[in-house]
Design a protein around this ligand. Sequence first.
Ligand code: CP
Ligand code: NVA
Length: 300
Amino acid sequence: MLTAHRLSRLPRHFLTGEELSRDEIEYLLNRATELKRDPHASRALAGQTVALIFEHPSTRTRVSFEVGVFEMGGQPMILRPGEMQISRGEAIRDVATVLSRHVAAIGLRTGDEQMLQDLARYATVPVINMLSPLHHPCQVLADLLTIKEAFGEVSGRCLTYVGDGNNVARSLAVVGARAGVDVRIASPDGYALQEDHGATLFADPVAAVAGADAVYTDVWLSMGDDESTASRRREALSPFRLDDELLDRAAPNAIALHCLPAHPGDEISEEVLYGRRERIWDQAENRRHAQKALLELLVS
Ligand code: CP
Ligand code: NVA
């Protein structure tokens, strides 16, 4: 098993998940399991502050990072661009430079991929992507932890995502494939990922879920998507709804996953969301444990 010492060459930022090797993901998931058992075992942020910048709304990401930083002895600082000088045109480069003089790490949730890149380019402390238009890598660390809890390991397991080829789908492909998961992404024409990123792309949800250990879905309209496309999206994506009938096509002990927020009746049925095969609420809790392991790696 890897030790923290051997991980010292880890790149500082966590923007897409490609910054982590397969061994590092395995180490991180083991450490997350330890921290779940003993939430105050890490003091890696004692006396330090972590800035968390939210341009878009959040329930899980905000709560899991805030509580997680606190449990590690640190102070979370929530910042909203509308209340910062960013709203009056201050350059991200200058924000990155100033924040780096004060805090141990910076999390950013943004609708602007370039803003994330600029922050990472100029910050001298780790920058963590807390969701961008293209990626949601912190979510996938929690998803992998949930699969590990259900099946004992992630490598060799099959995870099928059904629905919009969005940021979550892309991160599942990127990070899941790195972790040795057989990731399949099923989307209708016009909503598929443009590249496979190590996953296998399907157009037929039934074929994609055959034998899967986990079946996963996400919203049909993401933050930043044009609201006027909602009914067109619903029509195209309805055959990809995660319901009992689709889940029955997966492996006999398959679990259902959803990053949340959910829209029961749209991308997931109420029966699956609250049913016996869901691991969705564990998945939401696992955000905190996985992100604490990540923060520990990045700041140490
Ligand atoms: N899954 C997720 O990122 O949830 P929030 O948007 O509530 O943070
Ligand atoms: N794809 C969704 C994920 C929300 C956690 C969005 O970007 O809004």
